[in-house]
Design a protein around this ligand. Structure first.
Ligand code: EPZ
Length: 425
């Protein structure tokens, strides 16, 4: 984790089969809300399996700027102490680099009754509004005004309420659930996000004494408590990193074993990969994939909230379909602008047509290397996957996007036999 190096590029020589084992890191989208949730407790918190990612570094910088103590021990376990937090401010220059900073809003309001958090603003994949977060906090009695790009929120004491999300929102559900932990009375959240990362956050909060039921279903019930105790908690494995490596092996016709992963959270991706011709076996914490030299078949999919096909796997599967035989219909229902990677895949020879929120691919025999540009985190993963199978040397620009969400990606891919290197200019 370090300062994102804006000019870094990745160079990938395609055509090498990926074979071998890879250890999956802790989930970025569980670590970020759990780090924000540590604000709720004045007792020390120890977290294991924290992924070493730029987004995690940004969240830790934000917590430290508020006064939290942050120490990595020799085992890379993270010791956090939010006892001394005395600032409730999340500045634009931090929030604009990592939208998930909005997750400090609920915990700050719940424990301290005040918060001043920059609006995250949009990103490449969409406008990314936070109106449903604000609406829920207002329903709990928070006084919220939005001006000059900031959310100014105060609350004498948040009150439990019944809140139904107009649209399923992962971080929206997480923010309201965290706000409810120290609120007065009961909060019932309906149309809640059921993502495993929401469940992991709830289990972290319960390990500190929070009173939560129903996590992982569309109805979450929280009974407010007065304070939380210390905890030692292990972050769940990253299901999107897992899916990304499975597809990287599949597109190169290889054989891979993922370790320290959680197959139960990847069911839709695994079943789609089996339809594409991959032979997949699963154990408690491992997944193996073997293409057995079978030809890839194109597979239709439609993204939807969990347990549906994850939008965060759309770009990766799109790359796979681009060289799979036949045609595939790929529908993106979550974000309004999440096909940016397709424009770059066209440069590599992909035959994909976009009409509204549907991309239709016609498999080509082979992609060819080209200079391409990463536009967002998962689009970058899609381009890396395409480059691994393309003929020639692909140069991917703006790879600071990839460093936000994939721990040591070149190293893990090199260990699997990929010809990949980082060029720092
Ligand atoms: C989370 O983003 C993830 N980020 C995203 O992963 C993921 O793509 C997304 O959930 C969907 O699964 C983290 O968990 C840190 P949403 P989030 O609120 O919570 C609309 C990655 O690559 N909406 O579930 O921001 C929104 O515009 C990232 O790791 C509102 O209209 O997504 C979208 O269309 C990318 N108003 C839909 O809901 C709101 O107040 C779902 O968004 C909130 C959301």
């Amino acid at each position: 984790m370090g300062k994102p190096r804006i000019m870094d590029k990745l160079k990938i020589t395609g055509g090498k089969e990926l074979n071998g084992e890879v250890i999956i890191s802790g989930a970025k989208n569980a670590a970020l809300p759990i780090l924000a949730g540590s604000i709720l407790s004045s007792a020390p918190v120890t977290l294991n399996n924290i992924p070493q990612l730029n987004d995690v570094a940004t969240m830790l910088t934000l917590l430290q700027s508020m006064g939290a103590e942050v120490i990595f021990d020799e085992k890379m376990d993270l010791r956090l102490n939010a006892k001394e937090i005395e600032k409730y401010f999340a500045p634009y220059d931090l929030v604009k680099t990592m939208r998930a900073s909005i997750l400090v809003l609920g915990p700050l309001l719940s424990r301290f009754g005040r918060a001043e958090v920059s609006l995250p603003g949009g990103c490449a994949i969409g406008a990314r509004p936070v109106n449903l977060h604000v609406k829920g906090l207002r329903a709990m009695g928070a006084k919220i005004s939005i001006k000059n790009g900031y959310i100014y929120a105060t609350a004498k004491k948040l009150q439990g309420t019944n809140y139904r999300f107009d649209e399923v929102s992962v971080t929206g559900t997480e923010n309201i659930m965290m706000a409810a932990v120290l609120a007065k009375g009961k909060t019932v959240i309906t149309n809640a996000a059921m993502e495993p990362e929401v469940k992991d956050l709830a289990q972290f909060l319960k390990s500190m004494g929070a009173n939560i039921e129903g996590e992982g279903t569309s109805q979450i019930v929280v009974d407010g408590v007065d304070r939380l105790r210390e905890t030692n908690y292990r972050i769940m494995p990253d299901r999107i990193e897992s899916g990304t490596y499975l597809i990287a092996a599949a597109i190169t016709g290889g054989k891979i074993l993922l370790k320290k992963t959680a197959p139960q959270y990847l069911k839709t991706v695994i079943s789609k990969l089996q339809l594409s011709g991959a032979n997949i076996k699963c154990g408690d914490d491992w997944i193996s994939l073997d293409m057995h030299n079978k030809k890839l078949k194109a597979v239709d999919f439609e993204t939807s909230p969990y347990p549906g096909f994850p939008t965060d796997m759309q770009a990766q599967f799109c790359a796979l379909n681009s060289i799979s035989s036949g045609s595939a219909r790929m529908k993106e229902t979550i974000f309004e602008n999440r096909f940016q990677h397709v424009i770059e895949l066209h440069r590599m020879g992909a035959d994909i047509e976009i009409k509204g929120n549907i991309a239709t691919s016609k498999g080509v025999r082979r992609l060819t290397a080209a200079p391409v540009m990463a536009t967002d985190l998962r689009a970058s993963a899609g381009l890396i996957i395409a480059a691994l199978a393309a003929h020639g040397d692909t140069i991917i620009d703006r790879i600071y996007h990839i460093d936000r969400g994939y721990e040591r990606i070149e190293e893990k891919l090199q260990q699997l036999g990929a010809h990949i290197s980082r060029e720092t200019s």
